[in-house]
Design a protein around this ligand. Sequence first.
Ligand code: PEP
Ligand code: MG
Length: 608
Amino acid sequence: MGLFSALFSKPSSVELTVTSSNGFHLRPVAQFVSVAKKYPCKVTASFEGMTVNAKDINTLLSLSLDKGCRFTLSCQGKQSKEALEALSDSFTSLMKNDKKIKAAKKEQVLYEGETIEGDIIYGSIAIAPAYHYKEMQLHKESKLTFEQAVHKSMEELEALFASAQERHNSDIYLAQKELLASLRSKTHTLQDLETLIKKSSSRLSGTKLETKISDYADILQRVKSHLGAETEMILPKKPFILIANDLLPSQIETLSRTAVSGVILKKSSIHSHTAILLRGAGIPSLITDASLPEEGTDIILDSYSGVVVTVPHASDRHKAKKRLAEDREQKALASAKRFEAAQTKKGKQIKVFANVTDVNSASIAKEEGAEGIGLLRTEFLFKEEKPSFEIQVAAYKEIFSHFDDITVRTLDVGGDKALPYMPLPKESNPFLGIRGIRLFKSHPEIMGEQLHAIFEAGKHRTVKIMFPMVSSVEEFNDAKHFATETAKKHHIDISNILFGIMVEVPSVLFLMESFNKVVDFYSIGTNDLGQYLFAVERTHPTLKIDECSPVIFNAIDVIVKKATKPVSICGELASSKEAIPKLLDLGLETLSISAGNIAQTKEIIRHV
Ligand code: PEP
Ligand code: MG
């Protein structure tokens, strides 16, 4: 289609209806916009006489599309048909997958003292003095221009989005990043930004999206902090129950590192991003607009029952303490037994290993009860700049010193993992391009040096070396041959080294007989196996696979049944409460997971 006809062609349109009871709110809008931006055509949304740019999160949000609203989506110009189809599909899946946040069921507990009721954000118990929110303004020197401060904030949000992906809630940061990107295109100074945020916030006031006003405030605060105007919470050192009108989403991360026992918000909603993050951080929390006690009053926050006991009697304190003790006991029990082996009820011993990323996380893993390292993601060492051979050897040696059983994965760059100094060719599908073991061909010097460093650090002990992204036996054989040649070149005996593969590309399932002849072990990487089985990019903003799909378990079943060499699993699935019994049932005997989940996972195994 020529430029003229593309620009003046008739728009293709479709009528869409908001079906989620949460409405078309900030997070799905952000994901929708990120899909729209991939297309060169003009994309608009029309509702009740208003037509807005649907590539701009801010203007799309201004339509305040609630459940039941029917709006027209139009695409005009180049690739308009494809865009319309992709956006309709994306919208339908966003609506379908938008989980309704239901009000938590309140437990019935009778307290003798005065109580006030509220809506539960996260159910638990806190007993501590009330503390009313205070903050201070800090003025630091900053040499950044407004543009640079916005840029830095975008980078931070992008990093938060990437780092939170494995934990959930990452879409909150994507939404804030999209919001900032939209505001940035219309502002040139901090004052502009403040005015625009004020205007955008007031438009949301009184609508279902009111709770998202704190996201605008959060963005503003982030940009201001880069310009030297930081706002810091003033918090007690001893346990306290924080009472605040509302908090910013970014303050929850800070709060979770303090002595906070609980949080009571006066003006928030269980749907707000602040509430979502409070739940994620496991902080007992409640929303109530009733009048709350003065600072220093000892109160009980029982967010299981949805109450604050403002004037507790001795019996109330006793009751709450008992419940708190039971909760803690359960956690402590798991923690106390973290160094003990995990045996199923039938007496089968399961090894629980850790996935680690650096020297620090290896020692944390030891402390958390890991029995070995099932996956050392070595990308960390290579993050900022290429580490020298000596730095690599020192880091590997220190990590190896913690455990007898160690599996080191060679550099897995490409796809979602990039290195600033290792330019990879620009590819349309990086997840299907130069990645993992394919680096042996494209970057032999870096891979050779890494292998040499692992060999050097692993002298006089057993080390398992694992290649990522393997799709054919030849790839494995070539990489192993390269490793053997590297060892010869440096006169190192590598009879102590075992070589294995990550099973994360589906082709391996059909090549197991051949792989059995050459590899020493397998480790199933469900994070990538899932993406390649379903052809759904693991970082895709709207598409998600069902991590507990029978397809994944069937694939694992095939691998375990066909393998004649040891098999372990190191994908996220290995710490899913729902998946563990099934994985054990399929015959897996080694799970490798994040250090923070070890005690809990061992406890789950003991109940299978
Ligand atoms: C996996 O793909 O399951 C895996 C453990 O590796 P990563 O997440 O590092 O790609
Ligand atoms: Mg992987």
